[in-house]
Design a protein around this ligand. Structure first.
Ligand SMILES: Nc1ncnc2c1ncn2[C@@H]1O[C@H](COP(=O)(O)OP(=O)(O)O)[C@@H](O)[C@H]1O
Ligand SMILES: CC(C)(COP(=O)(O)O)[C@@H](O)C(=O)NCCC(=O)O
Length: 387
């Protein structure tokens, strides 16, 4: 929107509680939503929404920060259940973003900032069902804006995960750039970030979170991501993967730096075993799958970091889900391939980079002080609940 036009419309602000309510990142698998609610809307919503709460993606990863006047919420829905998301927005009346700000009853009064492929795919549905226009914001722009905001403004956002130990890293603002942002969603995007405004998507891979969940469903008959993740926690990948020692008669291949316990070939063991899929434990299959995909992403990320001379690799996207084994595998892969030179870092709000970036883009449309308002809702000023 033209800046002057936006400023004209701001003449209509009715109160000083000036925050947009909602932004969306509609991805290949999940819809991520960032929204503010006031105390008054929360008390009404609690009555309206008990059944809808069941429909939100109930797996962990939803965060709610309580603040003085209400709360800042990070919520997700499955993209395949978009109608639940629309119902949720409607029940909380979140679609009336612009009401308090825009004087004239124009068509773009009810605008929601939205990113991800679904902002294109579902634009008509949002118009028909909620009477809102999705104002599309570029996905890569949003990922980078969201990541930069979190890394600069939010205390205890980034951390390393090494040998089962989570260690928070407070990055000096002046020393943030350059870094490689690796967003593991359904697919994977790798973005070289050089400054607040300069970045380039340098690589990607279609072997990502969607591959893990899709193949996992086919191979283990699991019904959800959480079930697959839990299975992988209990499994043993050595039952499925072919190890170096199994090829080298129990020995390391020290000359090229491979321990006997290193995986020589992911999913290689069934080649020589006369077994059916049913003969393997679903937990072991899930573990191998998670390890194969995490390892592969870690390796591609490292190769890109090497190519572009980047020491810091920051992983986001909902594939990670704060899962210890996933983060451990990625960290080990980056450490192994870089011979200790590069570091994998993770983010507490890993899955919400795009939605946060879309939220922050309200500022470009004339909403004042969005970043500041958003910060008010973050942990240092609030209490957090997670479901
Ligand atoms: N509750 C969940 N349901 C489905 N997939 C999930 C869930 N939690 C984490 N995931 C993983 O996260 C991936 C989606 O990550 P996300 O960053 O939301 O990407 P996208 O924008 O493509 O939807 C899925 O492919 C899956 O691997
Ligand atoms: C097309 C996408 C940007 C869409 O984002 P997503 O919904 O997966 O988060 C992403 O899936 C991707 O970068 N895929 C990898 C394509 C490739 O580089 O081969």
């Amino acid at each position: 929107m033209d800046r002057n036009r936006a400023e004209e419309k701001l003449v209509g602000i009715r109160d000083s509680d000036g925050v947009p309510h909602l932004s969306l990142d509609i991805g290949g698998t999940l819809i991520k939503m960032v929204y503010f609610s006031s105390n008054s809307s929360e008390s009404t919503d609690n009555r309206v929404n008990s059944s809808l709460k069941d429909k939100m993606s109930t797996s962990s990863g939803n965060l709610h920060y309580g603040i003085r006047n209400g709360g800042l919420h990070f919520t997700k829905f499955e993209t395949s259940k978009i109608s639940d998301c629309i119902e949720f927005i409607s029940s909380k009346q979140l679609q009336h973003n612009g009401d308090r700000y825009y004087a004239a009853p124009t068509n773009d009064k009810n605008i929601i900032k939205a990113t991800g492929g679904g902002a294109f795919k579902f634009a008509d549905m949002f118009r028909e069902k909620l009477g809102v226009t999705l104002d599309k914001v570029d996905e890569m722009d949003c990922l980078v804006t969201g990541a930069n905001f979190l890394l600069k403004a939010v205390h205890h956002e980034a951390f390393t995960y090494i040998d089962g130990q989570k260690e928070f890293v407070q990055i000096d603002h002046k020393d943030l750039y350059p870094y490689l942002l690796v967003n593991i969603g359904s697919g994977v995007s790798m973005i070289k970030v050089e400054s607040d405004t300069k970045f380039e998507r340098v690589s990607g891979t279609s072997v990502g979170g969607g591959t893990f969940l899709g193949l996992g469903k086919l191979l283990t008959n699991c019904k959800s991501f959480d079930e697959l993740l839990e299975m992988s926690r209990q499994g043993n990948n050595r039952v499925i993967d072919m190890l170096v020692g199994e090829i080298y008669g129990g020995n390391d291949y020290a000359k090229i730096g491979l321990a006997s316990t290193a995986i020589a070939s992911s999913f290689g063991k069934p080649i020589s075993e006369n077994k059916e899929l049913e003969d393997y434990k679903a937990e072991d299959v899930a573990r191998s799958l998670l390890r194969m995909i995490s390892n592969n992403i870690g390796q591609i990320a490292y190769l890109n970091a090497l190519h572009f001379g980047l020491k810091r690799i920051i992983f986001g996207g909902f594939f990670i889900r704060g899962h210890a084994y996933t983060m451990d595998t990625i960290s080990v892969a980056v450490n192994f391939w870089s011979k200790g030179e590069a570091k994998a870092m993770f983010l507490r709000h890993e899955g919400f980079l795009g939605a946060l970036g879309a939220f922050l883009s309200y500022e470009e449309s004339g909403f004042p002080d969005v970043a500041h308002q958003l910060l008010e809702g973050f942990p240092q000023n609030s209490y957090c609940t997670e479901d």
